[in-house]
Design a protein around this ligand. Structure first.
Ligand code: FNR
Length: 185
């Protein structure tokens, strides 16, 4: 059986972030065939600037290499004002470039979200549509869209609610199933 490797990051800088917690949970409970490496530098990326997309800053090149060198990308995606947080959007904007060699193309992406009422639905749906148009595969279902989960999810990625772990594991299993279903080169 093929072993897969994913990279992951959180779109929140907040101490006690629930979206960071979901990434830590995913790393902890990942199925045996999936290793998740958390990228700890995404908050250090420069703001997207198309002037440099053909000669990118070193950290952007690192992000591109890390994503191209892995089988999947998992993002703890906050919802801010019906969209993604600026941190996550900035990373995804870099990954969408350059237009003639988009680094998201061919990538398998999964979002885990914790938010208020929407659970992150608006943030996920908006960015998923355009990522799909750019050639990424977004593992949409099963959804991980937690509403008001602050009392059930700890900052270290542990939970008192087994349904949260089950939902995250189902998403990770869906990533593996998708990767298994890809035609071999
Ligand atoms: C939010 N929040 C939020 N929630 C939601 O469901 N829909 C929304 O549009 C917004 N908008 C929004 C804007 C801003 C600027 C903030 C700071 C917050 C609530 C937010 O999703 C919630 O606080 C999450 O817990 C934030 O993610 P972290 O930091 O816990 O990972």
């Amino acid at each position: 059986m093929t072993h897969y490797r994913a990279v992951a990051f959180s779109g929140s800088l907040r101490t006690g972030s629930l979206n960071t917690a979901l990434i830590l949970m995913a790393q902890r409970i990942a199925p045996e065939r999936l290793t998740i490496e958390v990228l700890d530098y995404v908050d250090q990326l420069p703001w997207m600037n198309p002037d440099t997309e053909y000669d990118p800053p070193a950290l952007v090149q690192r992000l591109w290499d890390d994503v191209r060198g892995s089988d999947a990308l998992v993002i703890g995606l906050p919802e801010y004002n019906w969209g993604t947080s600026a941190l996550a959007k900035n990373a995804l904007d870099w990954l969408s470039r350059p237009a003639d060699d988009r680094h998201v193309a061919g990538t398998t992406i999964a979002f885990l979200s914790a938010a208020s009422a929407s659970g992150g639905q608006r943030a996920q749906d908006g960015i998923s549509t355009v990522l799909g148009l750019m050639g990424a595969t977004v593992i949409d279902e099963p959804h991980v869209r937690l509403s008001f989960a602050g009392d059930r999810l700890q900052a270290d990625g542990t939970t008192t609610d087994p349904e949260i772990e089950a939902a995250v594991l189902a998403k990770l299993d869906a990533i593996v199933a998708h990767l298994d279903s890809r035609p071999t080169a």
